[in-house]
Structure formats: C-alpha cells, structure tokens
Write a protein that binds this ligand. Structure first.
Ligand SMILES: CC(C)(COP(=O)(O)OP(=O)(O)OC[C@H]1O[C@@H](n2cnc3c(N)ncnc32)[C@H](O)[C@@H]1OP(=O)(O)O)[C@@H](O)C(=O)NCCC(=O)NCCS
Length: 153
C-alpha cells in the first residue's frame, strides 16, 4: 500500500541495502520542507520503493524515485507516479520537471510512459561528468490532463 511519509511513520521504517538513495536522515530533512512529499511503499515494515517530490508554486519537481532491486519490474514506481499525478491535479500543477542521467534507460522509459519529454540537455550535469536530461511533463490547467509533447532536444 502506498502512503505519504510523516515523521511518526519514518521511525517505524527499515531501509534495505538494495534501495538506492534512501536513508532515514535524508528523509527526515526532506520532511522538514513544507513543500516536500515522499510517497512510500513498504513490505512488512521495510521500505521497498519511494518517490520524493517538491510542489513549488504551480510546478512539481521530481527529486527522486527508486525501487529496491529485489522489487523491480513489478509496477511499484509506476504506482507511485500515478499517485503523484493525482496530486498534481488537486494542486492544479502546470508542469512536472525532473533531471535524469542520459544513460538511465529504465527511468527514462518510465517517465516517457507518463508523458514526460526531453526538454533540455545538461552537459556534464553530474559529478562524474555524465550528461543530464531535463524532462518535462505539461498539464492542461483546466482538466489536469497531460498535454502530449515531443522531445525538444
Ligand atoms: C527506474 C526505477 C525507479 C523503476 O522502478 P520499477 O518499480 O522497477 O518500475 P516499474 O516496475 O513501475 O516499471 C514501470 C515502467 O518503467 C519502464 N521500466 C522500468 N524498468 C525498466 C528497465 N529496466 N528497462 C526498460 N524499461 C523499464 C517500463 O516501461 C515499465 O513498464 P513495464 O514493466 O510494463 O515494461 C528503478 O529501476 C530504480 O530504482 N532505478 C534506480 C534509481 C533511479 O535510477 N531512479 C531514477 C532517478 S531519475
């Protein structure tokens, strides 16, 4: 089941070693930001997938999404993004934005399935010199539906 993380729930969660970029201290820092949301999926008290976003004005910024290696290709990241898209409708978001490594084919395929497109290329964006791809997803403000757009780079 998907739940929105809060401080009480964080105390009960175990972080598995095969879930990238997830640790209790970083999540605690995120929870202190009023604009931050972390949706989680747990299995018997162990976190198996999460999606961390910022709602800033009429935009949503996807900070990170990850699924434990042991739980991949079961639709968990997709389920988390569906929840985020429900929330963008409620918040009347105009745009979703994220950065992803150019080589991250699995994440790019996931985002594309939701209507994200490549909006900018960011050369050597990551510390190891890899390019980043900035992806956008545009929403129709009236209906909240995704406006389909092609890559711009
Ligand atoms: C990207 C990631 C979050 C996907 O999580 P997941 O729970 O396995 O994804 P899902 O099972 O919900 O997959 C949904 C869709 O994404 C795409 N996808 C996911 N993994 C893929 C892969 N290895 N190769 C190609 N497409 C993939 C597919 O379109 C998939 O639909 P399908 O299974 O019907 O083909 C996961 O691989 C991960 O944690 N990667 C490391 C962290 C990361 O890179 N996060 C992105 C940061 S920008």
């Amino acid at each position: 089941m998907i739940f929105l993380l809060d401080r009480l729930r964080l105390e009960t969660l175990t972080f598995p070693p095969d879930l990238p970029n997830a640790c209790a201290r970083a999540f605690e820092e995120e929870l202190q930001r009023p604009w931050s949301r972390i949706w989680c999926i747990e299995e018997e008290g162990t976190l198996v997938a999460f999606l961390s976003v910022w709602f800033v004005a009429d935009e949503v910024h996807v900070i990170d999404v990850a699924t434990a290696v042991s739980h991949r290709r079961r639709g968990l990241a997709r389920a988390l993004l569906f929840v985020m898209f429900d929330e963008t409708k409620k918040q009347h978001s105009r745009l979703a934005v994220l950065e992803v490594r150019r080589s991250n084919v699995s994440a790019i395929a996931l985002y594309r399935a939701f209507g994200f497109y490549a909006a900018h290329l960011r050369p050597a964006y990551y510390a190891d010199g890899e390019d980043g791809v900035e992806m956008h997803c545009v929403f129709d403000v009236g209906s909240g539906a995704v406006v389909v757009r092609g890559d711009e780079v």
